[in-house]
Design a protein around this ligand. Structure first.
Ligand SMILES: Cc1cc2nc3c(=O)[nH]c(=O)nc-3n(C[C@H](O)[C@H](O)[C@H](O)COP(=O)(O)OP(=O)(O)OC[C@H]3O[C@@H](n4cnc5c(N)ncnc54)[C@H](O)[C@@H]3O)c2cc1C
Length: 425
């Protein structure tokens, strides 16, 4: 099936989660199979059109104007092989689809904070999940990838070690992936949730979380969101209108309570959702909004968290516009090269800091200014907004290998990936 701008269902097919600058394609292919993806790529070649791909639409930076949109949301099957502990994931499946398919076997994928995110989009960008410090990036546990390259050929990426390397971390710059096979892990439950502290009462929470992360084992993956929560009825009463430090915890093994004792010792949170939960419900750990919205963000990878004190002034309740600061603790398995190396870069980074700005505007740069001296790169999965080629290059250790490969597989620049490796026009 093919939809044009006047077809019924065109808007539904082109609009994803991120609404800041939606795709405005001439044609949408709402695909339901690998054959249909191949057909859509061939159509683009025959009509000399650019191709954008959209799964759940959280990662969109700049919508395509004209050209072809391959909308994969309806191609979302997940097949679990419980014996081999793997899942075959079709192009448009979200983490929620993978979580649901894996849970009956007591298995879990390397999913992230928001179950609504596309599993393949996330993994192509590296994929920093809830068990990341124990198992590494999602891209470190990919066994097979099937992809239709911009010449219209369907391939098993593993047959070209360069292509297999690039797709795992190098994003959607080399072809349209039809499916991937990933490892699953024996994790039926996890000790997780959030401690929401009122920063007016406990301003030292971000610093105390930083100190705590210095000594935790790899079983602990954690993050903190620092944000002024709007004073509106849609927000739960205990956090409404407060400047909050939300410590987000995902801990494997039996020692969860013991390990978080230093955090509990800080004081009484206004809201505490921490406990043992089925992994399938792990979306409640970060409890991120699930309604489509407009937002932009800037990210920086850091080797030190040395400017926490600047956040209340630049991004607190008195700042000129609202920012949500998200800091994730890295290290552990994230710092180790996987068995089969991939394009994920900057593994030595110790923290990832994202400044997310709701709405149409931007403004994160000013908040990031004090972090310059500690910056060691950037994570593209957490960068929502157009970046320069130099900024994209900053995410990688071997950017030249990626651009060489792009010249080989996409010499005419048919693909409109969310983060272009080099400028398009
Ligand atoms: C609330 C929220 C929470 C998040 N949490 C995490 C997290 O915990 N960890 C993390 O690492 N990231 C996280 N992210 C970032 C997220 O992983 C990326 O934005 C991801 O790209 C979103 O996938 P999507 O399918 O929703 O987006 P889409 O906008 O549909 O896809 C993003 C891009 O991926 C590429 N792409 C998608 N499908 C294909 C395909 N089949 N073949 C080739 N290219 C393709 C395209 O270039 C596309 O533009 C989060 C984002 C949000 C908004």
């Amino acid at each position: 099936m093919m939809l044009t701008t006047t077809s019924k269902g065109y808007d539904e097919a082109r609009l994803g989660f991120q609404r800041r600058d939606p795709h405005r394609p001439a044609v949408v292919f709402p695909v339901t199979s690998a054959d249909e993806i191949e057909e859509a790529v061939r159509y683009s070649i025959d009509h000399d059109l650019r191709i954008a791909v959209q799964a759940a639409g959280h990662g969109l930076n700049e919508g395509i104007d004209g050209g072809v949109l391959i909308a994969t949301a309806g191609f979302n099957g997940v097949t679990v092989d419980a014996g081999r502990k793997t899942a075959w994931i079709e192009a448009g499946a979200t983490w929620r689809d993978v979580l649901t398919a894996s849970a009956p076997y007591g298995l879990a994928p390397l999913s992230g904070s928001a179950p609504g995110v596309g599993a393949i989009s996330y993994t192509l960008g590296g994929g920093l999940g809830l068990m990341a410090r124990r198992y590494g990036y999602a891209a470190d546990h990919v066994r097979r990838i099937e992809v239709v390259t911009p010449d219209g050929v369907r391939r098993n990426a593993e047959e070209d070690p360069d292509l297999f390397w690039a797709l795992r971390g190098g994003g959607g710059n080399f072809g349209v992936v039809t499916g991937i096979e990933v490892d699953l892990f024996d994790v039926p439950t996890i000790f997780g949730g959030s401690l929401y502290f009122d920063l007016a009462e406990y301003p030292e929470v971000p610093e105390q979380w930083r100190e705590w992360t210095q000594s935790v084992p790899d079983e602990v993956t954690s993050a903190i969101a620092i944000l002024p929560i709007p004073d509106i009825p849609q927000v739960p009463e205990p956090v409404r209108g407060k400047y909050v430090g939300q410590v987000q915890l995902a801990i494997l093994g039996e020692r969860g309570e013991e390990l978080i004792a230093p955090l509990r010792a800080i004081g009484t949170p206004v809201l505490d959702t921490v406990g043992v939960i089925p992994y399938v419900d792990s979306g409640q750990i970060f409890a991120e909004p699930e309604r489509p919205d407009s937002y932009s963000s800037r990210n920086v990878l850091l080797d030190d968290l040395n400017a926490l004190k600047t956040l209340p002034e630049l991004a607190g309740p008195g700042a000129s516009r609202m920012h949500v600061i998200g800091i994730r603790h890295l290290g552990g398995a994230l710092a180790r090269e996987p068995e089969i190396p991939n394009a994920v870069g900057r593994r030595a980074a110790k923290y990832s800091l994202t400044v997310l700005t709701p709405g149409k505007g931007t403004g994160g740069d000013k908040v990031l200014e004090p972090w310059r001296t500690a910056a060691v790169g950037r994570a593209l999965n957490f960068s929502f907004g157009k970046l320069t080629a130099a900024e994209v290059a900053d995410a990688y250790d071997d950017y030249n290998r990626l651009t060489n490969l792009q010249r080989r597989y996409d010499p005419t620049r048919r693909l409109w990936a969310n983060h272009q490796l080099t400028e398009l026009r």
